[in-house]
Design a protein. Structure first.
Length: 192
């Protein structure tokens, strides 16, 4: 199973459109292939004072960990740029997950990243910061991170315009090949 994580809880965020395109594309390949975690849809469950205690973990976080994250081998994280890096809520989410069953949750999982930014660099710096954290957690990071810059020019309403949508699908294809989930081009007709 591949877990797609939309890395922000900001209302009406633009990264949700990129996350959803990835989820829909993966579902078109195999309905059972994907699980989706949108931090914007998490209830207010990460109480800072109690999240660091095993008995303080919310049931929702424990359920996500047990039913989705531990059984998965592969993640794609969509990372919007906030203040030159990745969102604090994403760090808080990973901190909450690391309290119990760290090894089962993180070690040796394969992770790909898509950076989303209104600026020109597609959150390259934030993806590098996140790479450091993932390496510390003994995860294997896909080398070909996808920066998507100037998202206002890429989006038309809530639709990702071509060629950006095709680039995103190609990223997913190549990531799946790298992660040994599928062999050979998955959708050669979508490749450009």
């Amino acid at each position: 199973m591949i877990v797609v994580i939309n890395g922000t809880n900001r209302p009406n965020n633009k990264s949700q459109y990129f996350s959803q395109l990835i989820v829909n594309y993966l579902k078109s390949i195999d309905q059972q292939l994907v699980a989706y975690i949108d931090l914007a849809n998490l209830p207010d469950v990460m109480h800072i004072n109690s999240m660091y205690l095993n008995e303080g973990q919310s049931d929702h976080i424990m359920e996500l960990k047990e039913k989705i994250l531990i059984p998965s081998a592969t993640w794609i994280v969509v990372v919007p740029e906030y203040n030159g890096s990745y969102p604090g809520v994403l760090k808080l989410f990973f901190d909450a997950l690391s309290i119990d069953k760290l090894k089962e949750t993180f070690h040796h999982k394969k992770v790909g990243m898509v950076g989303v930014s209104d600026g020109r660099a597609g959150n390259l710096r934030g993806m590098e910061h996140l790479t450091g954290m993932f390496n510390y957690l003994k995860m294997t990071v896909y080398h070909n991170k996808l920066p998507i810059s100037s998202v206002k020019s890429v989006l038309h309403g809530n639709v990702i315009m071509e060629p950006s949508a095709g680039v995103l699908r190609n990223f997913v294809d190549e990531f799946l090949e790298w992660a040994n989930i599928m062999s050979g081009p998955i959708r050669s007709t979508d490749r450009q």
